[in-house]
Design a protein around this ligand. Structure first.
Ligand SMILES: [Zn+2]
Length: 221
């Protein structure tokens, strides 16, 4: 005698597969096979698509489907059906997600640096870093370790600050050259304000601060 794990129906004979009666087994496998189809297609795209967006969204879909398959198995009372296969699929995709997001961050960062270097105005130079910070925000849902994103955002912000300081210093020297000391001092003080209020510890910028302060003293003399 055997009892169906799902509907509790008794049978004189043992059930051939995973303890389900033929009826429940059909139903279960019908749904399971649909998941397998989505899973197979998605895993393929994770590995072969050229678009990071597609790879990421498909990887996330795989993780969702794996969870759904577990829930389906649980619902049918066959809790551990292909349990270890699902676990290794989940691990593999989580690993992939990490690889894809890491290389995507590197790619976006390179792109920001190159575009900034080509910029001719302050806006043109800082814009790519602002955009970079925005773009990596979109990766957040795929990244479990959020500290990477926090670090990258800080980095972008500091790149912008540095460029702004450079611009102010250039403006200050231009004003000094034209004999407008008041304007020059004002711009140097703005630069100092930028440096002292950024996230980089002042000690690490002591050299820079000292240079600007002594230039201000020179101009004030
Ligand atoms: Zn049944």
């Amino acid at each position: 005698m055997a009892r169906c794990a799902n509907c509790n129906k008794w049978s004189l004979f043992t059930f051939p597969s995973e303890g389900l009666c033929p009826n429940c087994s059909n139903q279960f496998h019908f749904e399971w096979d649909q998941y397998i189809r989505i899973l197979t297609e998605s895993v393929k795209l994770v590995n072969t698509s050229r678009k990071a967006d597609t790879r990421l969204s498909r990887a996330k879909l795989v993780l969702e489907k794996v969870a759904d398959m577990r829930a389906l198995a649980e619902q049918f009372g066959v809790l551990d059906y292909h349990g270890s296969a699902l676990s290794s699929q989940k691990e593999e995709i989580e690993q992939k997600l990490q690889e894809i997001t890491t290389s995507e961050i590197e790619h976006l960062k390179d792109e920001a640096i190159k575009k900034s270097e080509m910029g001719t105005t302050l806006r043109g130079k800082t814009g790519p870093y602002a955009k970079y910070a925005e773009k990596i925000e979109k990766l957040e849902e795929y990244i479990s370790d959020k500290s990477i994103l926090i670090m990258e955002r800080e980095w972008a912000k500091n790149q912008i600050r540095k460029l702004e300081v450079e611009e102010l210093k250039k403006g200050a020297e231009k004003a000094a050259f034209k004999g407008d000391k008041k304007k020059a001092i004002d711009k140097y003080k703005d630069a100092l304000f930028h440096i002292k209020t950024d996230e980089i510890p002042d000690e690490q910028q002591a050299n820079e601060i000292e240079k600007i302060e002594s230039r201000i003293r020179e101009l004030e003399a």
